[in-house]
Design a protein around this ligand. Structure first.
Ligand SMILES: O=C(O)C(=O)CO
Length: 326
């Protein structure tokens, strides 16, 4: 197929294609004529007819009515990443446009970050980094992850991968899902279902958040929930910052309501420099790097391409995100 005839793919990414990882541009160019947001805005009249798909590349842009109205032939918005909380699914579907994401590509790398945060926090790795001298164990006591109880809130594909890793650490695994009990996963990793999230919070040494951000999970963890946790427990968040009430978390960490927190996500990202969370010692905050591996980013691009091609060719879509009814 001549390049000019390839469907136009609008790349929405901070920095245009320069921000897309090296090697991925070539992969995308094999299938699509790439158009950056900057180019699009300059030659909107001419380009808008050509664009059939949009690829959102590791950023949180607003896809609004105006953009949707300017793309009459748009068929699909492919999100590279699993969370689509930055997209208005109802608005997009009202334009007859499909939304896809990449749940398979991200699950291992994000589960790894969850385990890394748990281990780093439990064994005080960040505090100890570069303190390359002999210290008495008594000054550096941490907690063992092995044998501890892990509470997973959100047993989706990432939550399950966390559970598999936790099993290898001989952890006791509890989980809570709002809608669905996962009996197969329970058996595979020996996890126990807590119908009430409160029970999980009260019993866990580590609580890890792996839910999607929705109106129901916004500030799911607030003052009350933190107060239910053990004073020796650690909260780990690899989902979205807004799932945790940050004011309540500051208070809980300052007053020994919980022992520590380890966050890969905050609200907003980044936090303002003077945010009280950044001043605490019993917290680790990483810059939303759940999917930042060579392998995951490559797979995200491949999964997004497969999704777009399925939509354009009228085939079953590997990972479609439907808007909730109502
Ligand atoms: O996959 C996602 O939703 C992410 O958070 C990517 O970092």
């Amino acid at each position: 197929m001549a390049k000019q005839e390839q469907p136009g793919l609008l790349i929405v990414e901070i920095g245009g294609v320069r921000g897309v990882l090296e090697g991925h541009v070539e992969l995308l160019k094999k299938h699509f004529h790439l158009i950056t947001m900057k180019e699009f805005l300059k030659k909107k009249e001419r380009l808008s007819e050509k664009i059939k798909s949009v690829l959102i590349y590791e950023c949180r842009p607003v896809i609004d009515r105006e953009l949707l109205q300017s793309l009459p032939h748009l068929k699909v918005i492919a999100n590279s990443g699993v969370g689509v909380d930055h997209l208005d699914l109802k608005l997009i579907s009202s334009f007859g446009v499909k939304v896809t994401n990449t749940p398979h590509a991200v699950s291992d790398s994000t589960a790894d970050i969850g385990m890394a945060l748990m281990l780093a926090s439990a064994r005080r790795l960040v505090e100890g980094n570069f303190l390359n001298s002999f210290h008495f164990a008594a000054d550096w006591l941490g907690d063992e992850v092995t044998g501890a109880t892990l509470g997973i809130i959100g047993m989706g594909s990432i939550g399950y991968k966390v559970a598999k890793r936790a099993k290898a650490f001989e952890m006791k695994i509890l989980y809570h899902n709002r809608n669905q009990r996962k009996e197969e996963e329970e058996q595979a990793v020996g996890a126990r279902y807590c119908e009430k999230m409160e029970d999980l919070l009260q019993q866990s040494d580590f609580v890890i958040l792996v839910v999607n951000l929705t109106p129901q999970t916004h500030k799911l963890i607030g003052k009350r929930e933190l107060e239910l946790m053990k004073p020796t427990a650690t909260l780990i968040n690899i989902s979205r910052g807004a799932v945790v009430d940050h004011d309540a978390l500051v208070e809980a960490l300052q007053n020994g309501i919980i022992k520590a927190a380890a966050l890969d996500v905050t609200n907003p990202e980044p936090l303002p420099r003077d945010h009280p969370l950044l001043k605490l010692k019993n917290i680790i905050i990483t810059p939303h790097i759940g999917t930042a591996t060579v392998q995951a980013t490559r797979m995200m691009t491949e999964e997004a391409v497969a999704n777009i091609q399925a939509v354009l060719n009228g085939l079953p879509i590997p990972s479609e995100k439907l808007s909730e009814p109502g």
